[in-house]
Design a binder for this molecule. Structure first.
Ligand code: DX5
Ligand code: ZN
Length: 226
């Protein structure tokens, strides 16, 4: 179990994009801690979302931190644009380029928190040499590209390894993919404190459901084993 504060980060990938501003305002009002923004390029992942122009326009809707998950390759050229568009945390994939250390320095040089994500096939050991250069470690619990996929059970063991690598460092441990109130407790027990949730918050796109859904994930994540 983590002793870091639990953060719920609804992913706007599952928002109704025709009403994106309202959907961001709704999760803000419903108790989201972070706004998780999925940027996909149709190259690193088999799907395309949107870029810094759209992000900058929804940035005005809320003061909550923007947790920006870049699923793009190459990524270095775009860091400055997402920083200027209002990102607070910029997370890149360890698999996205050959110069991860340089990429992380570029994020910090923009004054932003630096995160690294690893795909299900990438071992935690890939991060050993940059662990002191990050503020957030994201374990992908699905293969990135789409919302609504099923949580990969082996991710629990991987999260434990990531927690061990982090040790006492001031680094958030985030999980992304298939998170529900039903698995949030096991994920929290393994060490996660930041929970991305797309379809389990936005599914059905009914704003009246967002607060109880966020609360249900938070409650599950906060429940300690007796
Ligand atoms: C997947 C994205 C996720 C996605 C999660 O590639 O990185 O953030 O929105 O969606 P759910 O919670 O539905 O798995
Ligand atoms: Zn994501």
């Amino acid at each position: 179990m983590t002793n870091r504060p639990i953060r719920i980060a609804p992913s706007i990938l599952s928002a109704d994009f025709s009403r994106l501003g309202e959907e961001v305002a709704a999760i803000d009002a419903a108790g989201a801690d972070y706004i998780h923004v999925d940027i996909m390029d149709g190259h690193f992942v088999p799907n395309i979302t949107f870029g810094p122009v759209v992000m900058a326009s929804v940035r005005k809707i809320t003061k909550k931190p923007f947790d920006v998950h870049l699923m793009i390759s190459p990524v270095d050229y775009s860091i400055s644009a997402f920083a200027k568009a209002g990102a607070d945390i910029i997370t890149v994939h360890a698999e996205a380029g050959p110069h991860l250390h340089r990429t992380l320095q570029a994020i910090r040089a923009e004054g932003k928190k630096a995160g690294v994500a690893i795909n299900p096939a990438t071992p935690v050991s890939a991060l050993e040499n940059i662990i002191d250069d990050i503020d957030l470690l994201l374990v992908m619990s699905v293969n990135p590209g789409f919302g609504g996929q099923t949580f990969i059970a082996q991710s629990i063991a991987k999260i434990r390894q990531a927690k061990a690598l982090i040790g006492s460092r001031n680094i958030d441990l985030e999980v992304d993919g298939g998170i529900t109130p039903g698995n949030a407790r096991a994920v929290a027990e393994a060490g996660v404190n930041v929970f991305v949730a797309g379809s389990s918050v936005y599914g059905g796109n009914d704003p009246t459901t967002y607060a109880p859904r966020i609360a249900a994930i938070r409650q599950a994540a906060s429940t300690r084993l007796a």
